[in-house]
Design a protein around this ligand. Structure first.
Ligand code: CP3
Length: 349
């Protein structure tokens, strides 16, 4: 049995009693931290991710700075696309770009399905270094990947999108091509997630960040749900808790939850108690503070944290987090105050 099983994060993921509500923050290793900016001043984004010692160092930065309950390996959801044949670049101030986006079924046929060892070995090595440093400190490490829809949207649009028009046109016009693309993405991500556990990850999060911003309920059911379900089925054998995260899916959280995941991650667009009722109380829930609250004065932030904790009301299986990633202009002291406050308020429950 993993020695980290009794840490608050892993206990909460399994809906066991906890000494305090665990908290971590999506994008917790990032530009709001001066230590991160110092590394990025010297190395490019892909360079940090592909140098195991640097990626492990960045992973540990928020652990050194805050009394946070879990680490997440420093990488991104998009690098696994590189080994499939897509030409990814992170452009400062712009974001990720794919220079040869998918335009046709023929492009999808050409995509390779590399193993994690072929494709993502530096990240696996970073997981080993980071988890070896974290385990003696009793901090679990979260591995992750992008969900097939969110990855497909970057592969087809070539970058971020407001409408997802190219992605949706392809899936509506050519469902067989869409099916091929989604199955290839599931195969690559399932192998990658399994490998992350082999190298030391204690939990896995699947980011379907853009599903709910793009897809209505019926389209989610038809074009996304079968593939997310397949992914969660394939990683169940890894034996660690899985987190199913999405945004904009409040209207059909029941369908999101039906795909799988021990924990369902919720954004801030729905009160967490309403979300939990839709998800089902037989699952753990992660969330869901509005990331903007970290830019406000303490009384406003405290009110919103109290609201989340009040709605959870001590129910077993809550992991405190933001509803989406932390903004780069959040003050470090605010993060420290948030983490300590959540612990104080929930100690001895
Ligand atoms: O959470 C963590 O601390 C672990 C690292 C992590 C990053 N990206 C680092 C990153 C994780 C888990 C991600 C996931 C990710 N990446 C998602 C899903 C989560 C989400 O936020 O919805 C998505 C959609 C991406 C794609 C992506 N990567 C975008 C759109 C951008 C540009 C926007 C931005 O914030 O600059 C990135 C770059 C990126 N990924 C940065 C970091 C720290 C910024 C790079 C830099 O300039 O230093």
């Amino acid at each position: 049995m993993n020695s980290l099983e009794n840490t608050p994060f892993l206990l909460a993921a399994r809906r066991q009693p906890v000494p305090h509500t665990p908290i971590w923050l999506m994008r917790q290793a990032g530009r709001y931290m001066p230590e991160y900016r110092a590394i990025r001043a010297k190395y490019g984004m892909l360079e940090v991710m592909r140098t195991p010692e640097l990626a492990a160092e960045v992973t540990l930065q928020p652990i050194e700075a805050f009394d946070i309950d879990a680490a997440i390996i420093f990488s991104d959801i998009l690098p696994p696309l590189i080994g499939m044949g897509l030409d990814l670049e992170f452009i400062g101030g712009v974001g990720p770009r794919i220079h040869n986006p998918i335009n046709s079924a023929a492009d999808i046929e050409q995509l390779r399905v590399p193993t994690a060892a072929e494709n993502m070995q530096p990240t696996l090595d970073a997981i080993k270094i980071a988890s070896d440093a974290l385990t003696p400190r009793n901090i679990p490490l979260i591995g992750f990947c992008g969900a097939p829809f969110t990855l497909a949207s970057y592969a087809i649009e070539g970058g971020g999108s407001k409408t997802y028009a190219k992605t949706k046109t392809l899936m509506y016009n050519d469902p067989a091509a869409w099916d091929m693309l989604m199955r290839k993405l599931v195969a690559v991500q399932a192998d990658y997630l399994q490998a992350q556990v082999t190298y030391g990850a204690s939990a896995l999060q699947v980011f379907d960040s853009w599903a709910g911003l793009a897809m209505g309920s019926l389209d989610y059911e038809r074009y996304i749900q079968p593939y997310n379900t397949l992914l969660f089925e394939q990683i169940a054998a890894a034996g660690v808790p899985t987190i199913n995260f999405s945004t904009g899916t409040a209207v059909y959280l029941d369908k999101v939850a039906a795909c799988g995941g021990d924990v369902v991650g919720v954004d801030w667009r729905i009160p967490i108690d309403e979300a939990w009722a839709k998800i089902g109380h037989d699952r753990a829930v992660q969330g869901n503070l509005d990331p903007v609250a970290l830019l406000t004065e303490w009384p406003q932030l405290k009110e919103r944290v109290d609201d989340v904790l009040g709605r959870v009301n001590g129910r077993l299986g809550h992991i405190f987090n933001l509803g989406h990633g932390i903004f780069p202009n959040v003050p470090v002291d605010t993060v420290r105050r948030l983490v300590d406050y959540v612990h104080e308020q929930t100690s001895g429950e």
